[in-house]
Design a protein around this ligand. Structure first.
Ligand code: IMP
Length: 189
């Protein structure tokens, strides 16, 4: 069993669709350290959660990086969604010439072992494996009812993520790609 440490039901649904492992949602309030690096935040959370439960855990940290806003909101995406809201992020981007943006997802996995076959390992006690996914798109006026978070303002290939079925979003999304890298590694272990 794999414990996905998150309070976000949308993320859990996407992980269950992408992974063959038995994924359980695990609510544990790990310390979200301040960092510009999503991998550092996720690795810290995974190590702390593993130390709490002593069983395999996964933490995912993601963010939306808008080119014209120098990568804002990036690692502050959750805070900005809660405070400004996604409409304001659209209005900040609207006057800019360039609406390009990327979603990034970093998955951190820890099971207490050395994980030396993983493509990226953050050393520490215990070590943490890191898997990354990224998708490039465009910021648009909100459209669509599905998904969560910034999905209504992130357009990929003509549709926003909120206009896609969950399995379609998973096929293209940052999280889908990070989950795929994680699953591929799991199969070869
Ligand atoms: P965190 O990874 O839970 O810290 O989330 C970072 C922020 O990005 C939150 O505001 C999420 O709602 C948002 N976010 C993360 N992944 C997605 C996604 O797939 N679609 C839309 N928003 C997302």
């Amino acid at each position: 069993m794999l414990r996905f440490v998150t309070g976000n039901d949308g993320k859990v649904r996407e992980a269950r669709a992408a992974l063959s492992a038995d994924v359980t949602q695990f609510s544990y309030d790990y310390t979200e350290i301040q960092s510009h690096d999503l991998g550092t935040i996720a690795a810290h959370g995974a190590r702390e959660a593993y130390q709490e439960v002593g069983e395999p855990v996964m933490v995912e940290d993601s963010g939306l990086f808008v080119d014209a806003l120098d990568g804002f909101p990036g690692p502050y995406s959750a805070y900005v969604e809660d405070t400004l809201g996604i409409d304001r992020v659209w209005h900040l981007t609207e006057p800019e010439e360039d609406h390009a943006a990327a979603f990034r997802s970093l998955i951190a996995y820890c099971d207490g072992s050395a994980l030396e076959t993983a493509p990226t390992v953050r050393d520490g006690d215990p070590p943490v494996a890191i898997f990354e996914g990224r998708v490039e798109g465009t910021i648009v006026a909100p459209r669509g009812e599905g998904g969560f978070g910034y999905d209504p303002i992130f357009e990929y290939d003509g549709r926003t993520f909120a206009e896609m079925e969950p399995d379609e979003k998973n096929a293209y999304s940052h999280r889908g790609r990070a989950l795929e890298a994680f699953a591929d590694w799991g199969e070869t272990r």
